[in-house]
Design a protein around this ligand. Structure first.
Ligand code: PMT
Length: 348
């Protein structure tokens, strides 16, 4: 089946006011010319449907960052990390019934957010709707129905067996939000994800070395440009579906080189074949000039990750002696140390 263009009224052009492109460092990427990366990115943003709540998100970000620098006397000494979490979707129709999804439960991002907060960071949590949330990981799958009961007097109360977990989740979450340390921004599609990521990057630029990007989200590699997407549900009566997907430009290089050149940037590499994992992580480190790449294999991702830097590969394991321990605890400890060295200028 061919993907036909839809009416121009629903085709949006963001233009240069929404896409803030910057000339890229010509030496930054040996395989792709900076002009072609620039064009791909511009074309992605130009053809993306505009964010519905763009001004609201910008306002929240501005307030969050301002509150942060005020609380540190304007010196900007507080560290802020943007944690991305969950998978992006690629809609196949404008009135979307079907979409391509990327695997990620959001557990890594949610757990990491908790440890960053404990380490004194402010966190912008860019997450896929419906995935794991910080402080809620120990709750049952349907907390509303499983944690609460209705008494004879029709009062709602917490079941005894879950009361500690509920108290902790609500208390810690509320404290982080009320103190202005946690800002949660949801996305569903690849279009939303990349536009919000750009807004976050722009808002964090002045934090320079105190800013960190921890890109744990599973981001789509292919998408249907909005301009060539059909309006209505694709009909199965037309026979087999034949659809052309365009490559999503890797935003890592533009993020690193242009959006936030001073920020500490960590990307992830996920593979199912352990034989190629470290090689691919090393390639990504060099190609996108990341400070660290966290390599993980799908089946063991909760037990071990390997932190790849330009000079070493460090295996980080979950503490098996502790029942509830998770790999994110030692991982974030290591990352915070690396970030400190970066800020102090003793590394990178
Ligand atoms: O959420 P969980 O179930 O706990 O699982 C965690 C995880 C396995 C999803 C996480 O640890 C992880 O590995 N996330 C990255 C998965 C991924 O998309 O890997 P990748 O090799 O396709 O991409 C590598 C990096 O490039 C990522 O940091 C991604 O943000 C970035 N990327 C990818 C595609 C794209 N078009 N642009 C990008 O910038």
């Amino acid at each position: 089946m061919c993907v036909v263009s839809s009416s121009s009224s629903s085709t949006h052009h963001l233009g240069s006011s929404n896409f803030q492109a910057f000339p890229m460092d010509a030496t930054s990427n040996s395989e792709t010319t900076h002009d072609s990366v620039y064009e791909e990115i511009e074309s992605f943003f130009d053809s993306a449907p505009p964010l519905k709540d763009r001004s609201d998100i910008s306002r929240k970000l501005k307030e969050f960052i301002a509150r942060d620098s005020h609380s540190t006397g304007g010196g900007g000494a507080t560290r802020v990390v943007c944690v991305t979490s969950g998978g992006t979707t690629v809609p196949l129709e404008k009135r979307c019934v079907r979409y391509i999804d990327n695997f990620s439960s959001g557990h890594r991002g949610a757990a990491s957010t908790e440890y960053f907060l404990k380490a004194g960071y402010s966190v912008i949590f860019l997450y896929r709707r419906g995935t794991f949330q910080p402080f809620c990981r120990s709750l049952p799958e349907d907390p509303l129905l499983e944690c609460f009961e209705v008494s004879k007097e029709l009062n709602v109360q917490v079941c005894q067996s879950h009361s500690e977990a509920v108290k902790r989740a609500i208390g810690e979450h509320r404290a982080a939000v009320d103190e202005g340390l946690l800002l949660k921004l949801p996305f569903t599609t690849i279009f939303e994800y990349l536009q919000i990521l750009q807004l976050i990057a722009m808002s964090m630029k002045n934090l320079e070395k105190h800013a960190m990007f921890y890109l744990a989200a599973a981001v789509s590699d292919f998408y249907v440009p909005w301009k060539s997407m059909v309006e209505h549900k694709i009909q199965s009566a037309s026979g087999p579906l034949d659809m052309r997907l365009v490559q999503v430009p890797k935003m890592l290089s533009v993020l690193r080189n242009d959006w936030v050149p001073m920020a500490f940037c960590i990307s992830f590499k996920l593979e199912t074949d352990s034989n190629i994992l470290l090689e691919k992580a090393e390639k990504a480190l060099k190609k996108y000039k990341m400070h660290l790449v966290v390599a993980n294999e799908l089946s063991t991702r909760k037990e071990v990750v390997v932190v790849v830097t330009s000079s070493e590969k460090i295996s980080v394991h979950r503490d098996k002696n502790e029942a509830d321990a998770d790999v994110e605890s030692p991982l974030i400890k290591l990352i915070v140390e690396k970030h400190s060295s970066y800020i102090e200028g003793s590394d990178y």
